[in-house]
Design a protein around this ligand. Structure first.
Ligand SMILES: NC(=O)c1ccc[n+]([C@@H]2O[C@H](COP(=O)([O-])OP(=O)(O)OC[C@H]3O[C@@H](n4cnc5c(N)ncnc54)[C@H](OP(=O)(O)O)[C@@H]3O)[C@@H](O)[C@H]2O)c1
Length: 212
């Protein structure tokens, strides 16, 4: 497949590129400051500019959006996401968005994780709600082409196991109540979804139960 990764130099984006390239896919790697990576076609794109990403999605089979903005600028995420949705709609390209855990439902209350102080401290709730808004925008604007992958509460670099648990729109936790996966295994789940799309428009994954 030919996959565009938007935010390819970030913590998540780099692992998505590694996983996709490792499976033999062709990757167009997009960000404002593209890295030096001979394995991919790296291009400079600022998603804040309307139309800037469009030419890069014309010939791809699927796109993945995985951008994060600096503290205080998060509200611009909806503009950037909107530009990506517009480009995918025009090119008729499937889009997988790596978003926030806040958009999931709490296993305790059934409300959004963003509104549950057991998972998100009050000071961070407004930030977490940006993820809720991003998820709702994706599924409203492009319901037939967009899928939103919410990570668990804890997402950190680790060792790839190739295994994970897949859930729906409720936060997954282990038997001790911890919700986590390493970024490498999140990338495995994301590329699995790109290769063989599931029917859920919003889903989550977590570490396989025996994984530390
Ligand atoms: N537990 C959780 O819910 C959790 C935890 C971690 C991450 N996440 C999510 O995972 C996703 C990725 O996060 P991350 O930690 O990988 O972020 P990151 O390391 O900060 O990387 C962000 C990427 O986006 C690119 N980018 C930013 N602004 C851009 C723009 N205007 N145009 C084009 N590219 C732009 C950056 O490259 P340039 O700056 O060069 O453009 C970079 O490649 C986000 O949705 C984040 O919320 C969720």
């Amino acid at each position: 497949m030919h996959i565009a990764v938007i935010g390819a130099t970030g913590m998540v984006g780099r692992r998505l590129v590694d996983e996709a390239v490792g499976r033999g896919h062709r990757v167009t790697a997009l960000s404002r400051r593209p890295g030096q990576d001979a394995r991919v076609d790296a291009r400079a794109v600022d998603l804040a500019e309307a139309g800037a990403v469009d030419p890069h999605l014309e010939k791809v089979d699927a796109a993945i959006l995985t951008v994060r903005l600096p503290p205080g600028e998060e509200s611009a995420l909806l503009t950037l996401t909107g530009h990506t949705l517009d480009a995918c709609a025009t090119a008729r390209v499937r889009l997988l968005v790596i978003g926030g855990a806040g958009a999931l439902r709490s296993p305790r209350t059934g409300a959004r994780v963003a509104d549950d102080t057991a998972y998100v401290p009050a000071a961070l709730q407004s930030l977490a709600r940006t993820g809720v808004d991003q998820m709702e925008l994706c599924l409203r604007r492009l319901p037939e082409l967009a899928t939103y992958l919410s990570p668990p509460a804890l997402l950190e670099p680790g060792d790839r196991t190739g295994r994970y648990r897949r859930g729906g729109d409720v936060l997954l936790t282990d038997h001790t109540g911890v919700s986590r996966i390493n970024v490498e295994d999140l990338a495995v789940a994301a590329i699995d979804e790109v290769e063989q799309p599931g029917s859920d428009r919003h889903f989550t994954v977590a570490a396989a139960s025996s994984q530390a």
